[in-house]
Ligand binder design. Structure first.
Ligand code: DAH
Length: 336
């Protein structure tokens, strides 16, 4: 029994020196493991005579429980200390990399376009997605019975006269109501059409509207600005051509084609063998539009234009299906 007392003292001293869980494990094995000192004593006790066995067994078990208890206490202590101790943080473990997103290709294009027009003195202006008939049609010289209304397949809001704007042109009126010329603005934004979708049509897409009004603004100004824009945007030499067209809110109206970037005008499948790509609808602001905005057409004149941001993105990145831009498919989006 002398033995047990010595062993207890020894164990007590040793556990004091234990500094981490690994050493604690060694301590456990030394005393309570399969071949541990206390375990061995207990197995020897089994073969003692009954009187001795009962007494020795009791004391050995007391020692066993004592050591067990000390181990538990030490373990709790060690865990607590390691949680508090900054030294225990392994600073060599590589950091966790959080996935960062990036801007959608359409947003990237929009920002680029804004930057170019801002460098030419244009302000960037915004307008509401939900519009009234007045701003979307009437004020733009598209009266109720005008056949041109058919061209803007409109999504009407239920039980109201409101609609989802079919183009960014209403912002021309909204801006001129509140701001006096001379003015130069672009209006990038989302527009909505009730259309069947295919590679070049979506129910929602993005446009950029442009408007410049002053005393002597002419088609020549427009041409120079648009040519400059394309040059900067595509970073290539591009020629443009103007064809006459019709829009109710401009007079005269024209469409602008750009020489095909793919074949440099030599004719290919991208440009349907014409050498040109249709890019912009434009014209000189119709006097009725100026009047609807509260301006006197005798004093002011200017040009307006509208183009699809999606089309610009598709040209720049050679995307062949507009629906990809709205798919949310990361295999597509991660390429930009
Ligand atoms: N709003 C027209 C459309 O959605 C595009 C457009 C054409 C805008 C001519 C203009 C313009 O400002 O002058 O198709």
């Amino acid at each position: 029994m002398q033995n047990l007392r010595l062993l207890k003292k020894q164990a007590q001293k040793e556990i004091e020196k234990v500094r981490d869980l690994k050493e604690l494990d060694g301590f456990f094995r030394k005393y309570l493991g399969k071949k541990g000192e206390v375990t061995q004593i207990l197995s020897k006790i089994k073969i003692l005579k009954k009187e001795k066995r009962v007494k020795a067994g009791k004391e050995a078990n007391l020692l066993k429980n004592f050591i067990k208890q000390r181990i538990e206490m030490k373990k709790t202590h060690l865990i607590n200390v390691s949680a508090k101790d900054p030294e225990v943080i392994d600073i060599t473990v590589p950091g966790k990399r959080f996935p960062t997103g990036h801007l959608h290709p359409l947003t990237q294009i929009q920002r680029k376009v804004e930057e170019i027009f801002q460098s030419m003195g244009f302000s960037v202006v915004d307008g509401p997605h939900i519009e009234t008939e007045w701003y979307n049609f009437d004020a733009l010289n598209i009266p109720k019975d005008h056949p041109a209304r058919d061209a803007w397949n409109t999504l009407w809001l239920k039980n109201s006269k409101l609609l989802l704007r079919t183009h960014t042109s209403p912002v021309q009126i909204r801006y001129m109501e509140k701001n006096n010329p001379p003015l130069r603005i672009i209006v990038p934004g989302r527009v909505f059409r009730r259309e069947a979708t295919d590679v070049s049509h979506e129910v929602n897409f993005y446009q950029i509207e442009g408007l410049m009004v002053g005393k002597n603004i002419s088609v020549a100004n427009f041409k120079a600005i648009i040519q400059g824009f394309f040059q900067k945007f595509f970073q290539k030499d591009v020629s443009i051509r103007m064809r006459t067209s019709y829009f109710p809110f401009t007079e005269p109206s024209f469409e602008i084609d750009m020489s095909c970037l793919n074949c440099q005008g030599k004719r290919c499948s991208v440009c349907s063998q014409s050498g040109w790509l249709e890019m912009i609808g434009a014209g000189m602001v119709h006097p009725n539009v100026l009047k609807a905005s509260g301006l006197n057409p005798k004093n002011w004149q200017g040009f307006a234009f509208g183009m699809s941001l999606d089309r610009l993105a598709m040209m720049k990145y050679k995307i062949n299906d507009i629906r990809l831009l709205y798919s949310g498919d990361l295999r597509f989006l991660n390429q930009f």
